[in-house]
Design a protein around this ligand. Structure first.
Ligand SMILES: CC(C)(COP(=O)(O)OP(=O)(O)OC[C@H]1O[C@@H](n2cnc3c(N)ncnc32)[C@H](O)[C@@H]1OP(=O)(O)O)[C@@H](O)C(=O)NCCC(=O)NCCS
Length: 156
């Protein structure tokens, strides 16, 4: 039985969400959109942007909580080109959590009007490539292997 609970993100989760981001940067900065570890002020800009999208109902943002801690997050910014991001804490990977969180987030994104979503994969991130492809994503027209960013798309 899974021992996590999935729910919408709340403002009080933002600090723990920041730790998730910083954790992935310390593992492999090349797999992230920005080239270096975000500074405190860059993180604040990101979190303010996240909050603004949420308050305008322009994003779906779910977290998974285990033992009272945020251990994973997935968001879709809904727009002409809806983009998805997902992070599962290192110690919680390969347990099916990412997949469950992804499905919950995509279901809600579809309810809010998204017809398709795009995942941006940086730095030859093999786990992310395999993860999205095993969940029905395929190469977008402008996302070919060999580029520094690969775009994978899924129709909803
Ligand atoms: C990509 C990521 C979200 C996957 O989360 P996860 O909880 O480990 O994924 P799941 O356990 O639900 O795996 C589902 C399927 O994805 C594939 N997969 C996941 N991790 C994989 C890996 N390291 N190597 C190969 N395939 C992988 C497998 O097909 C897996 O199914 P299986 O376990 O039956 O083989 C996680 O590795 C992560 O947070 N990485 C760092 C952040 C990141 O790169 N995010 C993506 C960019 S937006």
């Amino acid at each position: 039985m899974p021992f996590w609970k999935i729910r919408e993100i709340r403002a009080k989760d933002f600090e723990e969400f920041s730790h998730l981001i910083l954790g992935v940067y310390s593992e492999n900065p090349r797999s992230m959109k920005f080239p270096s570890i975000p500074t405190e002020s860059e993180l604040k800009v990101l979190l303010d942007y996240k909050l603004a999208l949420l308050s305008r109902h322009e994003s779906v943002d779910y977290v998974a909580v285990a033992d009272g801690r945020v251990v994973a997050e997935c968001d879709v910014a809904i727009g002409n080109r809806s983009t998805i991001g997902i992070i599962v804490e290192k110690g919680m990977r390969k347990k099916g959590l990412g997949q469950e969180l992804l499905m919950r987030t995509l279901k809600r994104a579809k309810e809010l009007g998204a017809n398709s979503v795009v995942a941006e994969i940086y730095g030859g991130n093999v786990a992310a490539m395999e993860f999205f492809q095993s969940n029905g994503f395929s190469y977008a027209d402008d996302g070919k292997e060999g580029k520094s960013v690969v775009l994978l798309q899924k129709l909803l």
